[in-house]
Design a protein. Sequence first.
Length: 245
Amino acid sequence: MAYPPVFVFDCDGTLLDSMGMWLSCQPKLLASYGVETTPDDFARFEHLSFEDECAAYHETWGVGNSGKEVLDRFNDMLEQEYSQNIVVLPGVVDFLESASEAGIALAIATSTPAHLVRLGLSANGLDRFFPEVTTTGEAGRSKEHPDVYDLALRRACERCGLADVSRSDAWVFEDAPFGLRSAGRAGYNTVGIFDPAGRGTREEVFSLADIAIDSFKELSLKRIAEYPASSHAGGSLSLDAEGRS
């Protein structure tokens, strides 16, 4: 059976059960500055990179002397969470094992800073599957655009000696509707994972994905390999030096 050459994974809410932590830590961060908020107050910032998100908190609520100060305080909170309290989602390890054994190149595309993702991966034994972590900060644009998926795909191809892998031959795994939407529009095949702790509804996630699941326990390489040939218009990657298509 022929398998796709590359899988690109989001991390939070897709591989790691961390979305609930984010939704609780954001109000705690603002509370440390004396500002009362709810998790819903942060929905408009979710697509941003970590750096831009902290800058937005500073601009929106006037907290801290700068976005950098907010970032440093938030980073300290999150390092402890990722290294000690975050667990892997059910079925993820078995699925990654099967994909790795099948020779599929695995990559991560995330809005979370790489050092935090690596802490969470290492704490759960997933770092062996992902030699590198690609972030929206490196790609230069948020996940409302496909740049971070393109950069992660290019890096995976270079690492594994793959040439001319098209978007339509790769799969993106995401729980966020905005990520599924931009990846799908760019021509990637998509697996949508519904995370009850996230902000997307199950109906929205399922409507945007080529294959939709509630858990990796439902997913197999066979199911992906047998999915009908993609009707997406994505062609082979032609990337400039910054990873933009």
